[in-house]
Design a protein around this ligand. Structure first.
Ligand code: SF4
Length: 693
């Protein structure tokens, strides 16, 4: 490492959607990492992952030079090869024969340029992102209810709420700094209550005042029951419903029909009547209620409906956009929100404008001065790799993500990549489970080396700043994409000198969104890029300092949602339900967190938690190895007996792959069923069996 800066740099953690501010100081002894006391999302706190960032900066495994076929080459040759092969494929097979698969790890500026190249210049919407795997159900639910992908509240609401309801979220491990804020608020006022709705007794459930160990997949039933209960007990805000919403009657009728009584809800959700009644009473009694949710809601074949079932009860009680009250989606990745803002999903345009609106398409095309504009959604992540496997996509560029580990039914994904005529991978690391499929590898800058912005779960845009020299020949992702665009003949539109140029264009495009009455509007942002302080959008003429909470004066929509079973039920061959998730000290495929012993020491190998009753019935031994098997694949795991696991279910973390464990590729097992509205995969419900090894 060759320190470039001696001063302390204000930057942002590259892991979860909490988006904590970080102070990075380069010293002769290495990089010192501290929480940024001035950042309003964390006020100086960091979790175990964030505080270990300084130990993850080694260059030993980095991709430092472009490679073609595994052989080092120069940038010119690599970029010409990528541009040439994409151009040839386009000319021969048309715009829908190529695709980008990008990432919530990209900075907003990188995302913006990738989306612009694909949708405006190549003319296809075949750009999807790993955010499809974590929060696309929330995007779809928000759009159905609000007309736009909006998180109404802010983190401060969690401290103002008298009741915090956590649904399908192990916040204590996956968004630890926010959980610390919630616990601190309860310590300050012990009357505050925390309810955790989760099939597992997680660290979050342990800390909650009430844990509802719900049957997997029954959240819609529970929240329909709540809507009906609130109506029955006269707890609705009819003034809000009449002035601001539509669809209430249909949603209530559906709730009455599907969740008529507390006993019927309790039976359907596998809960005690007293537990359901206690939750409903708490919700009814506390005006200041925030409901948070995460992947337990989103990663489901009914994920979008689950989101709307939650939104329905907040609309019905008028608890939205008020201090201490609102629905709140916890974003998984550091910049999933930024990606949503630039249209980085295959069914979005840019700046919260709509791909299916000809007027919006025309305005974006004029703004970009692009020769064409995509006019229909592209393939969503799971279908995108299916299309590669079926030969419909013949050239793919994968940026800052590892679908050879993280997608469901990952063996099918790997078969597709092996058959693909042209695979480009831009990444920081050289040897990954994905790199073996790459025809061209392009070295990208990593955290600490690159400049840009990210948006966290509370709509707060923060800067990531470089404090290290670029190693080897690594370059910013936006530069790599712009260079390929230039070599494809689109140079004038991609003539950026810095991330600041791109951000300025992003702000200018958001003016169109503001004029179209979209809440995503940055037109009031006047601060110089280098000085940009953490700011919550919208930032418009009326809110030049940003907007912590969104008020609603337009029509909001109830969605009548009917409870449905997950796609695949357990059977005699595969009698257990597999639920995958995260552990406290690892991030995604462990590319960075796997580099420090401080983090790998917490839970060092792939494991599966089973209830002791299942363990003895299946003749498993606590601490021994076993094979997890589904119809799609298998993985070798260490068995851990856990009374916090429901009988009939298995939990296993999703971080491990073949490159960091013997045979622990968990996503080989996961079924590729997806939510029909959002396309988000059902990571939380795959029938499996566990066999002693
Ligand atoms: Fe980073 Fe999230 Fe931990 Fe904050 S809570 S330090 S953003 S991983």
């Amino acid at each position: 490492m060759s320190p470039q800066f001696r001063q302390t740099v204000h930057t942002t953690c590259p892991y979860c959607g909490v988006g904590c501010g970080v102070l990075a100081t380069v010293t002769d002894a290495g990089v010192k990492i501290q929480g940024d006391p001035d950042h309003p999302s964390n006020f100086g706190r960091l979790c175990s992952k964030g505080s270990a960032l300084g130990e993850t900066l080694s260059l030993g495994t980095r991709l430092l030079h472009p490679e073609i076929g595994g052989i080092r080459t120069g940038w010119d040759e690599a970029l010409d090869t990528v541009a040439g092969r994409f151009r040839e494929t386009l000319e021969r097979y048309g715009p829908d024969s190529v695709a980008f698969y990008v990432s919530g790890q990209l900075l907003t500026e990188d995302y913006y340029v990738a989306n612009k190249l694909m949708k405006g210049f190549i003319g296809s919407a075949n750009i999807d992102t790993n955010s499809r795997l974590c929060m696309s159900s929330t995007v779809a639910g928000h759009k159905r209810a609000f007309g736009e992908d909006l998180v109404p509240g802010c983190y401060e609401d969690l401290e103002l709420a008298d009741l915090v309801v956590l649904v399908g979220s192990n916040t204590a491990w996956c968004h630890p700094v926010l959980f610390q804020r919630i616990l601190a608020a309860r310590r300050a006022d012990p009357k505050r209550r925390i309810v955790c709705i989760d099939p597992r007794r997680t660290a979050t459930a342990e800390a909650a005042d009430l844990h509802l160990p719900i049957r997997p997949g029954t959240d819609v039933l529970l929240f329909n029951g709540l809507l009906h209960y609130l109506r029955h007990n006269d707890c609705l805000d009819f003034e809000f419903i009449e002035r601001h919403t539509e669809g209430y009657a249909a949603a209530l009728n559906m709730a009455k029909e599907t969740a008529p009584t507390v006993p019927s809800v309790a039976a359907g959700c596998g809960l005690a009547e007293s537990e359901v009644a206690q939750f409903y009473r708490l919700f009814a009694a506390n005006e200041r209620t925030v409901t948070l949710w995460s992947q337990g809601v989103n990663q489901s074949t009914q994920g979008t409906d689950k989101v709307n079932a939650i939104l329905n009860v907040h609309l019905a009680t008028g608890r939205i956009g008020k201090p201490g009250a609102g629905p709140f989606s916890l974003t998984g990745q550091p910049n999933a929100m930024g990606g949503r803002e630039v249209g980085g999903l295959a069914n979005q345009l840019a700046a919260h404008l709509d791909l299916d609106d000809p007027g919006h398409r025309r305005q974006v095309q004029e703004f970009w001065r692009s020769p064409r504009i995509a006019d229909r959604p592209g393939y969503l992540a799971v279908d995108l790799f299916r299309a590669i496997g079926e030969g419909r996509i013949r050239a793919v560029w994968i940026m800052a993500t590892n679908p050879a580990v993280s997608l469901p039914d990952v063996h099918a994904v790997r078969r597709a990549l092996s058959a693909c005529p042209f695979v480009v991978v831009s990444d920081c690391e050289r040897d990954t489970d994905l790199s073996r499929f790459a025809h061209v590898q392009l070295p990208a800058l990593a955290w600490g080396e690159k400049d840009g912005t990210v948006t966290n779960s509370e709509r707060r845009i923060s800067r990531q700043r470089a404090f290290l020299d670029a190693p080897g020949e690594a370059r910013p992702d936006w530069w790599i994409i712009a260079e390929v665009a230039r070599r494809m003949g689109f140079g004038a539109a991609f003539d950026y000198r810095s991330a600041a140029d791109i951000f300025a264009e992003h702000i200018a495009l958001s003016r169109i969104a503001g004029a179209e009455k979209r809440r995503f509007d940055l037109s009031g942002l006047q601060t110089a890029y280098d000085e940009l302080a953490p700011t919550q959008w919208p930032v418009d003429a009326g809110n030049p300092q940003g907007t912590p909470r969104l008020s609603f004066d337009g029509r909001l929509t109830f969605v009548a949602v009917r409870p449905q079973a997950p796609a695949h039920a357990p059977d005699t061959g595969y009698p257990l339900i597999l639920n995958t998730g995260r552990i406290r000290d690892q991030w995604h495929t462990m590319t960075r967190t796997g580099k420090t012993q401080r983090l790998t020491g917490h839970l060092p190998e792939p494991f599966a938690e089973v209830h002791p009753i299942d363990g003895s019935r299946l003749e498993l031994t606590d601490g021994a190895l076993a094979r997890l098997e589904s119809r799609y694949g298998s993985a070798l795991v260490r068995v851990r007996f856990s009374a916090g696991q429901q009988p009939g279910t298995v939990f296993t973390p999703m971080h491990w792959s073949e490159s960091n464990s013997r045979q622990g590729l968990v996503n080989a097992l996961v079924n590729p069923a997806v939510d029909p509205v959002s396309g988000e995969p059902e990571f939380k419900h795959t029938p499996v069996r566990v066999v002693p090894y």
